[in-house]
Design a protein around this ligand. Structure first.
Ligand SMILES: [Cu+2]
Length: 138
């Protein structure tokens, strides 16, 4: 008789283990099926950097195009790198520094002080350009 009761206890505990594993599975399943639908926020932010730029310098084939740009004070120049290589627009006197721009990345600089600012790409210092900021209000 002793052995039979042990046998039943063993069966009962095995049954309990099965029940527990089933019940621990079912909440996971419920969570997966009843997850609320999250609507994605529409990304319709306008590219303001494009609208506010008054001039553009394209960085193309390891060159600044145009290499010489004249800009009135208060105006914005946008640098855009269309090369596969990263480039920067870095004034040699430290007035501005775009940091590295990846392909198709843009960087805007607002001309704040009249003067002539030679600049290079700090990654490829043979790349040279000049930004001239004038006093004109046009
Ligand atoms: Cu470069």
């Amino acid at each position: 008789m002793k052995y039979i009761s042990y046998f039943f206890i063993a069966i009962a505990s095995a049954f309990l283990v099965i029940l527990l594993s089933l019940s621990s599975c079912s909440p996971n399943h419920r969570v997966m099926t009843s997850q609320p639908m999250v609507m994605e926020q529409p990304k319709s932010e306008p590219q303001t950097s494009q609208q506010t730029a008054d001039a553009t310098v394209k960085i193309h084939n390891f060159k600044f195009e145009p290499a010489n740009l004249v800009l009135a004070v208060g105006k914005t120049v946008q640098f855009i790198n269309v090369d596969e290589e990263p480039h920067t627009a870095t004034a040699t006197d430290g007035t501005f520094n775009s940091k590295a721009l990846d392909t198709n990345e843009t960087w805007n600089y607002i001309a704040t002080k009249p003067g002539t600012y030679p600049y290079i790409c700090s990654i490829h210092p043979f790349m040279k350009g000049t930004l001239t900021v004038t006093n004109k209000k046009n």
